[in-house]
Design a protein. Structure first.
Length: 235
């Protein structure tokens, strides 16, 4: 059950209004609401954690915020600048997932891990390859950039799926929703850039991004609770 407080109310209200502004194509409402929901979720994290902040997690949200602001300023001209700032949090999330994955490897006997990893990687790589066939690149550098971005999402998704399959902690459920939402948001963001004037991509990107930040924060809060419990047991 999500405990509501002022910052979470602000996040929900601003996120809903932002999505509505995209649907209604109201630029003024977008300019007002988009800069609010990420700071609101950061304040929610501070309120929940009190004095035990993880500044790497906070930095990831700040990078998300800067990327979103570049898109708000000028989506087309600032696209790669914004996408660059969205790439940094991907690596931070992969680091958190890797730490969880490393602990899982120590505590569980994963006999079918190799088969699962190969199957998931093959399916996602096939999907990534087909998506790349739809895109047009102006240079080899642009292609390599998108390849790095896509690979980071692929690694994030594979590790998340394995964690969810082999571990029943609630944090992994939040992680699945967060990573899936980010995957969809980034996909629709790139497709929106490649195929402009398709409002469906804008709607799906706005919805996916806003819910991803909430699930990501809930994942990290649950992760922190679990870490404290394990430290208490070990102590």
């Amino acid at each position: 059950m999500i405990k509501l407080n002022a910052s979470l109310y602000l996040y929900i209200c601003s996120a809903v209004l932002y999505v509505l502004s995209i649907i209604m194509q109201c630029e003024m409402l977008t300019l007002i609401t988009k800069p609010i929901f990420i700071p609101a979720i950061i304040f929610y994290y501070f309120a929940q954690e009190e004095n035990k902040f993880n500044y790497l997690f906070v930095k990831s949200l700040v990078f998300f915020f800067i990327g979103e602001m570049f898109f708000l300023i000028n989506f087309k001209d600032c696209f790669f600048a914004g996408l660059s700032f969205l790439l940094f949090p991907n690596f931070i999330i992969i680091y958190f997932i890797y730490e969880d994955f490393r602990i899982l490897m120590k505590t569980r006997n994963l006999k079918q891990l190799d088969v699962t990893l190969i199957m998931l990687s093959s399916i996602l790589f096939y999907l990534l390859f087909n998506i790349f066939n739809l895109l047009e690149f102006d240079s080899i550098y642009e292609f390599l950039y998108f390849m790095i971005f896509g690979t980071s999402l692929l690694v994030m998704t594979v590790l998340t799926a394995i964690l969810f399959i082999y571990s029943s902690y609630r944090k992994n459920t939040y992680l699945v929703f967060a990573v899936f939402s980010l995957l969809m948001a980034h996909l629709f963001l790139v497709l929106d850039m490649q195929f402009l004037n398709l409002l469906t991509f804008k709607y799906l990107n706005a919805f996916s991004h806003t819910i991803a930040y909430l699930f990501y924060t809930k994942y990290f809060l649950e992760r922190s609770i679990l870490e404290n419990r394990l430290k208490t047991i070990d102590g």
